[in-house]
Design a protein around this ligand. Structure first.
Ligand SMILES: [Zn+2]
Length: 235
């Protein structure tokens, strides 16, 4: 049966078209995924930079605090020469000692913050280098995917031309219509051979009477999955 041969050819082309379309549909998602990954890296770098800014601010505040406290001590040291009694001298000296000890603790805190700032600056430099590498990778991957899209689109165009020829080879427009309708419903495969008495579309049995009719050259569909069925190597 000539139409069956034409439909088989058409089906072969449609399977390829289906594959390419699926492939093409996935490409924009792939681009989005690599962009999302890059943006996540970028955001974490920005977060590090924010943390650094806060630390630097804290550093500045502590330095100011230390300076004003040191000014107090300086002033008190000046007062040491003006006190009248030993008792006053003793209590002022005690206060100065206490403030010196406090300031020394504050200095230690400042050193810890400065070390943290240095560490963060190094980390940010590393992360920036990493991000620059990722940017190169991102651009390359995107360009590769865009090449793929172009190639696939060209293939699709060629396949559509072949499809047009295969459609023209179908003699009976009703048969073609049937095929198109099944293809639309089933998504990819509209015509399948039977293997013995088993439909290779749904793997259910085909009634012997239907098999006989197929052998007589009739166009039949599977009573279970509704696909067009044919007998392979029929003589
Ligand atoms: Zn079936």
């Amino acid at each position: 049966m000539k139409d069956i041969e034409a439909l088989k050819e058409l089906q072969k082309i449609d399977v390829e078209i289906f594959k390419i379309r699926t492939d093409l549909e996935e490409k924009p998602q792939k681009i989005k995924k690599i962009e999302d990954d890059f943006n996540a890296l970028y955001r974490s770098l920005k977060e590090l930079e924010d943390v650094l800014k806060k630390m630097q601010l804290e550093h500045k505040e502590k330095e100011l605090e230390l300076q004003s406290k040191e000014d107090v001590v300086k002033k008190q040291k000046g007062q040491l020469y003006q006190v009248k009694t030993n008792k006053e001298l003793y209590s002022l000296q005690l206060e100065i000692n206490k403030e010196n000890a406090d300031n020394s603790l504050l200095e230690d805190e400042i050193i810890v913050i400065m070390e943290k700032v240095d560490k963060f600056k190094r980390l940010i430099t590393q992360e920036k280098a990493k991000l620059a590498q990722e940017q190169v990778k991102l651009n390359k991957n995107k360009a590769d995917i865009e090449v793929d899209i172009r190639e696939l689109s060209e293939k699709l165009e060629a396949l559509n031309a072949s499809r047009k020829r295969a459609v023209e080879a179908c003699i009976d427009p009703q048969v073609l219509q049937l095929y198109e309708r099944i293809l639309e419903n089933k998504g990819e495969i509209a015509i399948v051979p039977i293997d013995g008495e088993i439909c290779s579309g749904c793997f259910r049995s085909v009634r012997p009477q239907v098999v006989n009719e197929l052998r007589l050259g009739k166009l039949k569909t599977c009573e279970n999955c509704a696909r067009i069925i044919y007998v392979e190597n029929d003589n």
